[in-house]
Design a protein around this ligand. Structure first.
Ligand SMILES: [Zn+2]
Length: 487
């Protein structure tokens, strides 16, 4: 018996040697034009990774003669043994692990020629750490109730773009799931992510970030929006109170209504270069943001877009902006100075109301309309120049600007509305660029304004030293209003 075994082994060894020799010989003999003698092949290896449809393998190629062979075959990335149900419409539902023992599950696109479209309710529920990874196919449309309930071994998952339905509890109690790559555009009111306590990061890669996408996902810390995404839906990150960092790709043109409302810990926001509009209340109450660079290309800042951003100290507005809507920077008490680019024609009502620390505002002459109360309660402002192209000073424009002493009013102004300067108790000098006659033609809505105007002096413009007695002013060489003293 022993000898027989030895002989067999010897036989195998001999056979192997012969095989190796013939392999080498084969190269030189099978190629008729190859005149080189057999040599020791020097192989370089290329590893071809498996895909969902093709197996993987390694190609070894001799760099000398080109002879090659393949081995190390690994099966295509499809798990076998999963349980499923075939439906009459030719689709397939995955119902569970079945006999599959893979820790990394690759759900096939097809089983028995039927397209896999759904993960059934409870399919992988309570599998705990048996599964460490799940790859979903691009045929999938529906993820059922508690489909991955308590899959505690999963750390990240990619939701394919084909998915149009996820249930509120699909990923409930996946305690170690920290990252979701979301390529779907399914807008789910059920908010399927807010039950994943561990979820810290979502990377969006679909065409749009859907409405309500991560609303109330209060543990979310990081959001990345890739360049192929074109818009961010309404209330997408509403009340993500632990969100600290958002990077918005260059493909996003629109940030919708209340998209980041009350993301109270949001500190860092990088807006992409493709952005055109920031909708109403988009960043309202994001009171940790310190720095905002609005990209060139944005034409409009929506109503209350940055209202209540208390920590905002650095604000950069591009020269593409034409409209700053109502309340856009309402209550931004961190702002100390603002330079409005000279592309802006309209500043809405209450736009900068309650910016208590604002000491310097520069409004360009392009501005035609400033809405009522736009600068009311800006009680650190000491001077203000009404831009040349404005014709009306609206109601309450400077209401409660208690430190305002100097105002330059251009002679284009035809109307000063009621209460424009209510409680401007320090108002001292009104520098009017026109004449006394011009001032006389202004229509005052005389209700309360006169109280502050009574204590102020109106100066009329005179390029040269005036000859008559009266109150006159001119710009000094530095462009600062200077009162002519009587000679
Ligand atoms: Zn060779």
């Amino acid at each position: 018996m022993k000898n027989k075994k030895l002989l067999t082994l010897l036989g195998i060894l001999l056979l192997l040697c012969f095989a190796t020799l013939t392999a080498c010989d084969k190269t030189s003999t099978s190629t008729p034009h190859d005149t080189t003698t057999s040599h020791e092949h020097i192989y370089t290896d290329i590893v071809i990774a498996p895909t969902r449809t093709e197996q993987g393998y390694t190609v070894h190629t001799c760099s000398d003669c080109g002879e090659s062979y393949t081995d190390n075959y690994v099966r295509a990335l499809v798990s076998e043994g999963l349980s499923y149900t075939l439906l009459r419409d030719g689709t397939c539902i995955i119902t569970g692990l079945g006999t599959c023992t893979d820790k990394e599950i690759y759900i096939p696109e097809q089983i028995e020629g039927c397209k896999v479209v759904k993960i059934a309710d409870n399919a992988f529920a309570d599998t705990y750490k048996k599964i460490t990874f799940i790859d979903l196919p691009n045929t999938l449309t529906t993820i059922g109730e508690k489909a991955f309930y308590k899959c505690t071994g999963i750390k990240e998952i990619t939701i394919p773009s084909s998915v149009v339905s996820i249930r509120a509890n699909s990923f409930e109690c996946c305690y170690n799931l920290t990252t979701i790559y979301y390529n779907s555009e399914f807008s789910h009111n059920g908010q399927p992510f807010n039950k994943i306590q561990s979820l810290e990061k979502i990377v969006f890669g679909g065409n749009t970030v859907p409405k309500d996408a991560a609303r109330n996902v209060t543990n979310l810390k990081t959001v990345v929006i890739l360049d192929n995404v074109t818009s961010i839906g309404a209330e997408a990150f509403y009340n993500c109170t632990n969100l600290t960092s958002v990077t918005i790709g260059n493909g996003v043109t629109k940030i919708s209504y209340q998209a980041f409302l009350s993301c109270t810990n949001l500190k860092s926001v990088t807006l992409g270069t493709g952005l055109k509009s920031i909708a109403d209340s988009a960043f309202w109450n994001c009171y940790s943001i310190t720095n905002i660079v609005i990209p060139n290309g944005v034409t409009e800042i929506g109503d209350y877009a940055f209202a209540g951003c208390n920590a905002l100290t650095n604000l950069s507005l591009p020269s593409s902006i034409t409209t700053i809507r109502n309340g856009a920077f309402f209550g931004c008490i961190g702002l100390t100075s603002i330079t409005i680019p000279n592309s802006v024609t309209l500043i809405g009502e209450l736009a900068f109301m309650g910016c208590h620390n604002l000491t310097s505002v520069s409004l360009p002459d392009s501005i035609e309309i400033v809405g009522d109360s736009a600068f009311s309660e800006c009680d650190s402002l000491t001077s203000f120049t009404i831009p040349k192209n404005m014709t009306k000073i609206d109601d309450y424009m400077f209401d409660d600007c208690r430190k305002l002493t100097d105002v330059i009013i251009h002679d284009g102004i035809t109307v000063i509305q009621a209460d424009a300067f209510t409680d401007c108790e320090s108002l001292k000098n009104i520098y009017y660029t026109g004449t006394a006659d011009g001032w006389g033609t202004i229509s005052f809505q005389k209700s309360y304004y006169d109280k502050c105007f009574e204590s102020a002096t109106i100066y009329y413009y005179s390029e040269t030293q005036p000859t008559d007695e009266g109150n006159y002013w001119h710009y000094d060489i530095n462009g600062i209003p200077t009162i002519w003293t009587q000679e």
